[in-house]
Design a protein. Sequence first.
Length: 361
Amino acid sequence: MQPINAPLNFDPNETPHRRRNLLTGEWVIVSPHRTKRPWQGQVERTPPDNRPAYDPQCYLCPGNARAGGKHNPPYTGTFVFDNDFAALLPDGPTGDVSQGEFFQAQAETGICRVICFSPQHNLTLPEMAVPEIRRVVDVWAEQIEDLGRRPNVNYVQLFENKGAAMGSSNPHPHGQIWSSYHIPQEPAKEDAHQQAYFATHNSPLLIDYLAAELVAQERIVVENAHWVAVVPYWAVWPFELLVLPRRHVTQLPDLTDAERDSLAELFKRLLTRYDNLFETSFPYSMGWHGQPTDGASYAHWQLHAHFYPPLLRSATVKKFMVGYEMLGNPQRDITAEQAAARLREQSEVHYKNRALPIGES
Ligand code: H2U
Ligand code: ZN
């Protein structure tokens, strides 16, 4: 789309520019002239993944011992437990603990849990069946309800840190929950920007943004009856995605049965595309941003998930957020539109299940 009011010599696919993240107010520099060819074509194969379905050494597999002597039950679906090395502790003081103007601090409390997505050690979300992914969606919603109703829990952050490239300690399919007294800074920034937009437009920011993306049709990757996955206009990570419900919904527990089924289906397709991009189990940090659980009114909020994958060019070449990006602001070469096109080209049949030509094994 050629921008309105743009100087005649501005080409969004050629000219360096910066884009604003409407959820956080932050900027990203886009340098499309550095990718004369949008894709270099290299796919480095990683060694095949020969993990067993059950690993006696894994602290997340059913029946196994965890740190501190606890044992996992012989679970057959999903399994949630309190993190044995929780970053936050439930019982403690809250409030200001500053030591004057220069040493500002607040006591923090919270509950941290781990969610095993499947008993099977060698699976990942895209390799699970849609009804099994649906079960994960239900667990996410249950956890928001369970933790969110506690008096000292004002935000419940669900996330998955996947792959060694992201520092995940264990390939067993799992995610985490950190719930806290304070609203963490990412959702707090998003809250402020969504609130400001709602105050002037009387409509949720992400509902209007999605409508504009559906008109533009440049950054949409996958969609179904209830959900849309888009490379946001302001994406920082090369293959970043924003997953949005079509309906106005502020938190996971409010999703209908049909929306949950449809979300599981969308995740399966989306994550299969991610894996197929570099023929590797795609690493990322993902998480849900729903409304805070402090009981206030959040009509301006729209539920969404972020996927932040580090990979840039292959299974091993990742983007580093260093130098100018730490000191100035983030920058990218491949545009959000090019990234969306690359993801749209991918098959929805997982590369591990692709039929091999006769003679190859
Ligand atoms: P990753 O999502 O980064 O892989 O972390 C797994 C979590 O599992 C981590 O937060 C917890 C760690 O504290 N853990 C346990 O609760 N019990 C254990 O026995 C080992 C790891
Ligand atoms: Zn395991």
